[in-house]
Design a protein. Structure first.
Length: 262
């Protein structure tokens, strides 16, 4: 029902208080998602209906990803979920967190191999995590300009020339990595590198919130109250009712106006 209605679902697992319960509940939800994704892939969104609906695109954001990767379900979801319209965005600190959550380096490699179509990396403190981006980049040629100058004294006392001087400019090219891991480990706050579209590298500067920014809602209840205050629920059937103000003839001929002269 959530996928059919294009709804938004927020799940807070409270992994800081009870990581085991959070992992179990998160794993069960992912397993249920994988099962439904298989049905969606085989039969579509409306099985049995005369006209099949297109499979919608479902965006799934997993924060603190290492707390949820405890079983093989997440590997199946990342590996085969795209055919069912699932698009995953995962957020984690280091690659070691994923390996620790799965307990298997090979399975952690499966996960990173399926979620790295687009990489957004801010400053990291782990060399292996930085290499996840830099190892995908190629080598580039850079030109180096070297200035050489020197003087030579004359060895002939009778010569009117006391010394000679020379200045040279030498241009050489060398192959270097496009980006070093150290560049990612020294990024300033609010800056990041993005690798997308099979190897296109971009540098980002993210705007930071000012000190006098308006306060954020304290909890979800405050957000719901604000939404209820500002939003208006449309009764069922009203969206399909006829409104004379949208009469096509009025749009073609224009509204009839009357002028009164005093």
């Amino acid at each position: 029902r959530v996928i059919r209605r294009r709804a938004v679902v927020y799940c807070g697992f409270d992994a800081l208080t009870d990581p085991e319960i959070a992992a179990v509940v998160g794993q069960s939800m992912i397993a249920d998602l994988v099962a439904y994704a298989g049905e969606l892939y085989k039969h579509g969104l409306g099985p049995g209906l005369p006209q099949a609906e297109p499979v919608p695109e479902t965006q799934i954001h997993l924060d603190e990803f290492a707390e949820l990767v405890r079983g093989p379900e997440i590997v199946q979801a990342l590996n085969k979920g795209r055919g069912a319209g699932l698009r995953f965005s995962v957020y984690t600190q280091t690659l070691a967190d994923i390996e620790a959550g799965l307990g298997d380096r090979a399975r952690a490699g499966q996960v990173t191999g399926n979620i790295t179509n687009t990489i957004v990396m801010l400053r990291v403190a782990d060399l292996a995590t930085a290499k996840l981006l830099t190892d995908r980049l190629g080598q580039v040629e850079v030109n180096a300009l070297m200035l050489v100058s020197g003087t030579h004294d004359s060895s002939t006392p009778e010569s009117p020339v006391d010394f000679t001087s020379s200045t040279q400019e030498r241009i050489s090219s060398q192959t270097v990595p496009m980006l070093e891991p150290g560049h990612l480990m020294k990024l300033p706050r609010g800056q990041a590198f993005v690798l997308m579209e099979g190897g296109q590298l971009y540098k980002l500067r993210l705007p930071l919130s000012p000190a006098d920014a308006p306060p954020l809602p304290t909890d979800l209840a405050a957000i719901a109250q604000d939404m209820a205050r500002r939003y208006r629920r449309v009764p069922s059937g009203e969206w399909a009712s006829f409104d004379p103000s949208f009469d096509l003839s009025r749009l073609q001929t224009g509204p009839q106006t009357k002028e009164t002269v005093v």
